[in-house]
Design a protein around this ligand. Structure first.
Ligand code: GDP
Ligand code: MG
Ligand code: MG
Length: 258
């Protein structure tokens, strides 16, 4: 979008605090809308910060990025096709177990991820202590503790958005064990056949094609055009080969690895 110097999307599980963070970050900022090719209305606001125009987008709540529900489809399509400069992936500090999954799935394809821990005030009140620096170090992803209720961590978050937009990190590497050689083959094909796939996304998509997820072939068609058919057929062949050799289902194996 022209009016944005940085597009940052808020992604996270339902009730993690996306809308609250959106509202505190953007305040009375002007609302803009109408992403071309996006069929649902995604709330977007422009925030001036440090000579930049940060456009913050509130995505629908999703527990992950690999499901086939309508919310996941909207979030996934936006992330893949609109390519926001930064993804602020929210995890609820009072409920990390359930809410950290989506940020990790986002980080697995994008080095432009920030994890924002939300409701840090409520976590503190409950006596939950989170080693923010340790978590960030272990994952290799910036982690910012925030509270929309108390207005905590917002400056740090804005600073981090600008930093990550200009100097992205590396996608999170998940070891898929005996599926790795199949991933490598499919990734190579995607890379040679589909020009528009970027680094982390290529591997991410290769894994999900091997899992046989129902939405994955459509994404390949959108990204790869004419070459899609070859890629999809090869994925199917590799899936069969993996099943035959290991006796395991690649989908179950990949989910367990994550
Ligand atoms: P969304 O579904 O991800 O958009 O989440 P919402 O922003 O609607 O928030 C879900 C619930 O969490 C609401 O009841 C909010 O009041 C609460 N909430 C959001 N942010 C905070 C926060 O910083 N501190 C506390 N204590 N509660 C919060
Ligand atoms: Mg909600
Ligand atoms: Mg909301």
């Amino acid at each position: 979008k022209q009016e944005c110097s940085i597009v940052a999307a808020l992604a996270g599980a339902p009730n993690v605090g996306k809308t609250s963070l959106f509202n505190t970050l953007t305040g009375r900022a002007e609302r803009v809308a109408n992403w071309t090719g996006v069929t649902v209305d995604l709330k977007t606001a422009v925030v001036p910060y440090d000579n930049q125009r940060l456009c913050i987008v509130d995505l629908p709540g999703t527990y992950g990025l690999s499901g086939s529900g309508p919310e996941e489809q909207v979030a996934r399509d936006f992330l893949i096709h609109q390519k926001p400069d930064v993804i602020i992936a929210l995890a609820d500090a009072t409920n990390l177990e359930k809410t950290l999954y989506l940020p990790l799935e986002v980080a697995e394809y994008s080095g432009n991820t920030i994890i924002a821990l939300t409701k840090i005030d409520a976590a503190e009140a409950k006596g939950i202590k989170i080693d923010v620096e340790g978590l960030s170090r272990d994952l290799g992803i910036p982690v910012v503790a925030t509270s929309s209720l108390r207005g905590l961590g917002l400056d740090t978050l804005q600073e981090t958005i600008v930093k990550v937009a200009s100097r992205p990190g590396k996608p999170l590497h998940i070891d898929y064990g005996d599926l790795e050689e199949y991933i490598a083959k499919l990734e190579e094909l995607l890379r040679s056949e589909c020009k528009s796939t970027r680094d982390g996304l290529t591997r991410w998509l290769a894994v999900r094609l091997l899992e046989g997820l129902d939405w994955a072939p459509r994404i390949v068609e959108e990204l790869c055009g004419e070459a899609a058919k070859r890629v999809i057929e090869e994925a199917e062949r590799l899936r069969d080969e993996y099943r035959r050799r290991t006796g395991k289902d690649p989908g179950q194996h990949a989910v367990a690895a994550r």
